[in-house]
Design a protein around this ligand. Structure first.
Ligand SMILES: O=C(O)CCC(=O)C(=O)O
Ligand SMILES: [Fe+2]
Length: 409
């Protein structure tokens, strides 16, 4: 797709391609344009009333002001600070400790210290890559098929505000768990709404709207991914969990903000949380009856189109050792071994690494790996990052020795 100046998606929303910045929600662009227009009018209005010499001074000051404002906005420190502040204050996220706390909060507290060693060992599992699940051409055709559906996308507005971060297909982590847990976005949330933004979307209604559509439009892809997952996971059947969201897509259009490490570090939620919550009830699934293994929880991501600036998965390796560095340290996450780490505080002993994504290669990792979307350098608005994502867990049927993996999103 050649990228239009206005990206019309998500029902009736528009994102405007700003030079040097990327796609930004039209509402905010409108406000910015109005502020600049008002400044111009006031400046020229005042200039008309005064002498020629004063006009030159006002004109020069105005030019200096515009230049400084431009530099100020361009300066990554400022943008970084602003985005990091928004990031941290709104969704209580972004730091490694938050990732750890989030993970820890889903465990019975008495077990935590006793089992830290087990958990830190699990955290150390590196992503596994299954190469060539899609060819380069297949991945590219699929990216076009996905972009055709942009009117069906959900704008993840409770995390991204005016920035172009979308899903195709509902993901309970955003649509129910995250945004209804967030006090700012849960306040006026209608019960059964499917307005195409995360703040106003009811996960269960969205599943009704999207599940059959996705299963039919992307049936070939689901077959391919299920076969590849089975191979990566050492055999066993891979089934979609009934009645809930199927693996869907993240579509992140180009924006200069993505060149900063604004994506949150987190561990993906445990399946019990999903199945026991309202949103997972439609699966009508008894994990205990099915003899499921709660330590088996995996996350998988299939990169479909990578941005010009390259991207991947940033993750935390608790094994220590040399790590790569990715730009300035954002929030609490820093590269390398921390001096204060000890056996009692192993979450402080880590190295930040990156698994570079290649379109068509399936990446599978333990659900409790602490990770984030990898930031990339902005080149132009004419590029995007598209990935398919889902979660899975393993069960062993009571009368059946064969492992079955259930996947969902
Ligand atoms: O798209 C990716 O690379 C990973 C996204 C992710 O970690 C998540 O949504 O939980
Ligand atoms: Fe994740």
């Amino acid at each position: 797709m050649t990228h239009p100046f206005v990206f019309d998606c998500c029902g009736d929303q528009n994102f405007v391609a700003l030079p040097f910045v990327g796609y930004t929600r039209a509402e905010e662009v409108g406000i910015l344009a109005a502020v600049i227009a008002a400044l111009v009018l006031v400046t020229f209005g005042v200039a008309k009333l005064v002498s020629k010499r004063l006009q030159v001074i006002i004109g020069s000051l105005f030019a200096v002001f515009i230049a400084l404002a431009f530099q100020f906005i361009k300066s990554s420190d400022y943008v970084s600070f602003a985005l990091a502040s928004i990031d941290a204050s709104v969704a209580d996220r972004g730091s490694l400790m938050n990732g750890y706390e989030f993970y820890k909060s889903s465990l019975p507290s008495s077990e935590i210290l006793d089992q830290l060693d087990v958990y830190t060992r699990e955290w150390r599992r590196k992503p596994h890559v299954n190469v060539g699940v899609l060819s380069a051409k297949e991945a590219d055709d699929l990216a076009e098929m996905i972009l055709e559906e942009r009117k069906r996308f959900y704008h993840i507005d409770h995390l991204a505000f005016p920035l172009p971060f979308f899903t195709h297909g509902p993901y309970w982590g955003y649509h129910t768990h995250d945004s209804s847990a967030n006090k700012d976005t849960s306040k006026d949330r209608p019960e059964h709404d499917v307005k195409l933004s995360s703040t106003f979307t009811d996960y269960r209604e969205a599943v009704k709207k999207d599940r059959e559509f996705m299963m039919s439009k992307y049936s070939m892809l689901y077959e391919r991914v299920r076969a590849a997952l089975s191979e990566s996971l050492g055999g066993g059947e891979v089934r979609h969990l009934e009645g809930v969201g199927v693996p869907g897509f993240h579509i992140i259009s180009s924006h200069v903000a993505w060149s900063l490490q604004v994506f949150r570090f987190h561990a993906d939620e445990r399946y019990e949380m999903f199945l026991e919550g309202e949103e997972g009830k439609a699966a009508n699934f008894d994990a205990k009856g099915e003899n499921c293994d709660s330590t088996s929880r995996i996350s998988f991501t299939l990169p479909i189109r990578m941005p010009d600036g390259d991207s991947g998965l940033n993750y935390i390796d608790f094994g220590g050792g040399e790590g790569e560095s990715f730009g300035s340290a954002a929030l609490n996450v820093r590269d390398g071994w921390r001096e204060t780490c000890s056996e009692r505080t192993p979450w402080r002993c880590y190295t930040q690494r990156r698994e570079k994504y290649e379109a068509g290669n399936l990446v599978v990792h333990a659900g409790n790996l602490i990770h984030s979307i990898g930031h990339w350098n902005y080149t132009s608005y004419d590029s995007e990052r598209i990935t398919m994502q889902g979660f899975g867990f393993k069960c062993r049927g009571v009368n059946n020795d064969q492992d079955v993996w259930y996947i969902y999103w």
